[in-house]
Structure formats: C-alpha cells, structure tokens
Design a protein around this ligand. Structure first.
Ligand code: ZDP
Length: 280
C-alpha cells in the first residue's frame, strides 16, 4: 500500500489514495499504522475518495481506529495533496466530510504552496449539536465540569466535531495527560470530546494545548483552534480575528457574524512510502 506522510503544524497524518489503494483494512489496522514504533507513525489517517456532491471526499480515521467527522489540520494536508498531484485542478475546492462540505483554498506565493485557507462552515454552541447532555436547545457556555475533585468552567463548541474548551491562567501548568482522557470520556459527552486548555494572551492571541479524542496529546488541532477562538470570542476575550498559538505553531482564525469560521495555516508533505501489506 502506497502512502504519503503529511503534517499541519506537527499534527501528522498518513494520507492514502482510495482511488488506487485497497482501504478495507485501514480502520481495523489504524492503531498499528499510526504507531510510532511498530508502524508508520501518525496522529491519524486521511483517505481520499470520490464524491458525488463535491470535488473529493475525505475520511478521517483517528489513531485509535475511530472515525472523526472533521479535522482542520487534516483538511489542509488533504487539499495540498489533491492540488500538488493535480487530482483537483483548482485552488478553491470543495471536500465532502461527515461534517458537511468544507472548502479549502490553496494560497500560492511564487509557485510555492504557502498556506491553506479553509472555510470551515458554521460553529454551534448548542448542546444537541456537540453533542452534550442537558437541555438540547441550550448553549453549552460556562458550565461546571468536575474532574479529579477540581472544578472547571467549560464551554463546548461543535466545529462539526465536539470540543470542550477550558480557559486557564497558565496553560503550561495543566496536567493534560491525566485530565485529557477523563474529560474526553466524561459522561456529559455521549460521543466523547476533544479537549482544549486555553490561555488568553491578548484580544487577538490565544495559547492552546489539546487532548484529541481518539488520539491523545497532539502538537496542534485545527478544529480545536477554531473552537477555542469561538469560545473566547463568545466570552468577549478576543475580537473576531485570532492567532492561536499551539505547540506546533500558529493558526489564524476568523469568525464571521453569521457563525462561519475561516482557518488559515500551513500543510507540509514529508515523504512517501510503500507499506508491506504482509506486515499487517
Ligand atoms: O474529532 C476528533 O475525533 C479529532 N480527533 C479529529 C482530528 C482533529 C484534528 N486534530 C484537527 O486538526 O482538527 C486533526
């Protein structure tokens, strides 16, 4: 099986062309494929597929084998892959995901792909959209979350996938390794959740650390950066243009009045290889 390794700010993916490769074993073998010692190593797998309603379809498999509905860093990688291989011959494309149609635009400077600006669709704070227990029509803003005898104020955001955003004075002091999985699997979130701890630096800058559903600590999370900016904007901490500083680098987020979110950031191809199928 041929594959390509890509990353967006160190959030790394195995990209597989579903037009050419047999993808039937990928979910079942995701754990070993993503294992950094026994496999290729990645936070997740992106599969390129045909679509009836868009230019292409992207499936996202987390490193634990679960399927994600959306992936912000992943879609930038996916768009660069499709553009540089001329699978899609335009800079502005439409990609079908389980979270609807997402629209990445390749930004080229002197013939070099510099970044990807993504129309991420609309955010929602409604509990039914996240999903989160409680009054379905109520916004999940500033609810109390108790984990390990500590009480947090949290805001949940759907960016097509679930996020639980917690503001903190000092993101470095958070014990993400122990808190992350407990919040991910908290009974409030029937489909589990991604978890973001966020420090407000200014009205245009946030610093964020992420525990990803189905993957654990990663260097960056595109949908998580959008969710953090949305939560901070809702609470009046930031204006509508926000730079989110992640361990792997910066993402630029714009929030529109109609709740649409744009995300701009890099995506890099690292190498391609061929996997010995008999190994799996
Ligand atoms: O929603 C989920 O299960 C996530 N783990 C999907 C991956 C999200 C990602 N970090 C992103 O950039 O949005 C890749």
């Amino acid at each position: 099986m041929k594959f390509t390794k890509m990353h967006g700010l160190g959030n790394d993916f195995i990209v597989i062309d579903g037009f050419k490769e047999d993808i039937s074993i990928i979910e079942e073998k995701a754990k070993i494929l993503c294992d950094r010692h026994f496999g290729i190593g990645a936070d997740g797998i992106l599969i390129l597929l045909p679509s009836d309603i868009a230019d292409l379809k992207m499936r996202i498999i987390n490193s634990d084998g679960s399927e994600a509905t959306m992936c912000g860093n992943g879609i930038r990688c996916f768009a660069v892959y499709a553009y540089t291989r001329k699978i899609v011959n335009k800079k502005k494309m439409e990609i079908e995901t389980l979270a609807g149609i997402i629209k990445p635009e390749i930004i080229v400077n002197k013939d070099i792909v510099e970044a990807v600006k993504v129309d991420m669709g609309y955010y929602s704070l409604l509990r039914e959209d996240i999903p989160m227990l409680g009054n379905t029509k109520e916004e999940a803003v500033d609810f109390d979350l108790i984990v390990d005898n500590s009480s947090f104020k949290a805001t949940a955001v759907s960016m097509g996938n679930p996020h639980c955003v917690i503001f903190t004075e000092d993101v470095e002091s958070i014990q993400l390794e122990s808190l992350g999985p407990k919040i991910e699997n908290h009974p409030y979130f029937p489909k589990r959740t991604n978890v973001e701890f966020v420090e407000v630096i200014s009205d245009s800058q946030l610093k964020m650390k992420v525990w990803e559903r189905g993957a654990g600590i990663t260097l960056a999370c595109g949908t998580g950066a959008c969710a953090s900016a949305v939560a901070a904007h809702k609470k009046g901490f930031v204006k509508d243009k926000v730079t989110v500083k992640l361990p792997g680098g910066d993402l630029f987020i714009e929030i529109m009045e109609d709740k649409k979110v744009f995300m701009t950031g890099p995506a890099k191809e690292v190498f391609s290889g061929e996997l010995e199928l008999s190994y799996l």
